[in-house]
Ligand binder design. Structure first.
Ligand SMILES: Nc1ncnc2c1ncn2[C@@H]1O[C@H](COP(=O)(O)OP(=O)(O)O)[C@@H](O)[C@H]1O
Ligand SMILES: [Mg+2]
Length: 335
């Protein structure tokens, strides 16, 4: 089976006055048709940079400096402007954190749907656009008579659902959601994600879901990739990420959130700060903050290795399966 998206050795740099910073370093992953892949990691680890690269929406000072992004086998990094125009919305679309920033405040929702359809030659008339837009509002549970309202007339949660309806307007194969609900309260967040999940079952698009909320992610994703300092350090089935993490960083992230079962447990952060990307040490990037770090970790950068039933991890000191249950390492003491 070929993947819908295959990212191979992607590198993205930012060219700043202080020099070149590599925000995404040698990242490879796939997204299968209809799959929900999560990307998690602390702020600044490169998640949004990957999302923008996948849509080729990155702008200077960002520069894709290496790798390939294959969409159905075609490298979108080779696309010309015309192919890109068709690719965006139709093949892949994106929902950002702030719905307000991608809706035009002075145009009705109806006009903004029409704009999308018209730009892609998807409707023959305004009337056809209105019919389609009404259907799309219906699928995200917004009364269709709201079509002629302006963005400010909707609540934050409704606005985000309008944006999701727009993102799905041309039936894309991949929906990228970059912290889509971060600005909303938790109940509304979950409702929106449940809706997206339902729509995904119906239309079979794949989702790249970015958030720093690991518990929300575990509930919603098939697989999760964990990023640290511009690199993927672990990729596994989402349950395994929480219950049997291989990488000490993944383990630490799991401790920073309440468990799904609601079991009361001290939530502890990971000590130390993310790396300064302009000053990368040799060896493993996480070594300085890692309770398992050895001399080897400080000297040699670990590559991603696959472990059956557990997935991929880039770590010299992979944790035992029982790490989370506390048999082998004292969870509360180390983090
Ligand atoms: N406009 C920019 N100019 C320079 N560096 C940037 C810019 N945007 C992001 N970066 C760098 O890229 C890194 C990754 O950023 P980003 O992809 O936004 O992370 P995330 O979405 O995981 O929070 C940041 O730590 C920062 O060093
Ligand atoms: Mg981001």
């Amino acid at each position: 089976m070929t993947a819908l998206i295959e990212v191979k050795n992607l590198c993205v740099d930012y060219i700043t006055l202080n020099g070149r910073v590599r925000a995404v370093n040698n990242v490879s992953f796939t997204i299968e048709e209809g799959e929900i892949l999560g990307l998690a990691g602390e702020s600044g680890c490169g998640k949004s940079t990957i999302a923008f690269a996948l849509m080729r929406l990155h702008r200077p000072p960002a520069l894709i400096s290496g790798g390939e992004i294959l969409f159905n086998g075609e490298n979108i990094l080779d696309f010309d402007e015309e192919s890109l125009r068709k690719f965006r919305w139709k093949d892949t679309s994106m929902v950002f954190q702030s719905a307000m920033s991608c809706l035009n405040p002075v145009k009705t929702i109806e006009y903004q749907f029409y704009d999308i359809f018209k730009a892609h030659g998807a409707v023959a008339s305004r009337q056809e656009s209105i019919v389609k837009a009404r259907e799309l509002l219906n699928i995200v549970d917004i009364p269709e008579e709201r079509l002629f309202d302006y963005p400010h007339q909707f609540s934050g949660g409704m606005r985000q659902r309008v944006v999701i309806a727009m993102a799905l307007a041309l039936k894309p194969k991949l929906l990228i959601m970059d912290e889509p609900t971060t600005a909303l309260d938790v109940v509304i967040q979950r409702e929106i994600l449940q809706k997206v999940y339902q729509l995904k079952q119906q239309f079979n698009f794949a989702v790249l879901f970015i958030t720093h909320d690991l518990s929300l992610m575990v509930e919603f994703c098939d697989r999760i990739g964990i990023m640290y300092s511009g690199q993927l350090v672990e990729v596994a089935e989402s349950k395994a990420i929480l219950t049997q993490p291989q990488h000490p960083y993944t383990f630490g992230l799991g401790n920073a959130f309440p468990t799904l079962t609601g079991e009361l447990k001290a939530m502890t952060g990971i000590p130390g700060m993310p790396l300064d990307l302009s000053n990368i040490p040799s060896g493993c990037r996480f070594a300085e903050r890692c309770f398992k770090a050895s001399e080897l970790c400080r000297q040699t950068e670990p590559a991603l290795h696959y472990q059956p039933e557990r997935g991929w991890a880039a770590c010299h000191q992979v944790l035992p399966v029982t790490a989370r249950t506390g048999q082998d390492i004292p969870t509360e003491d180390v983090y």
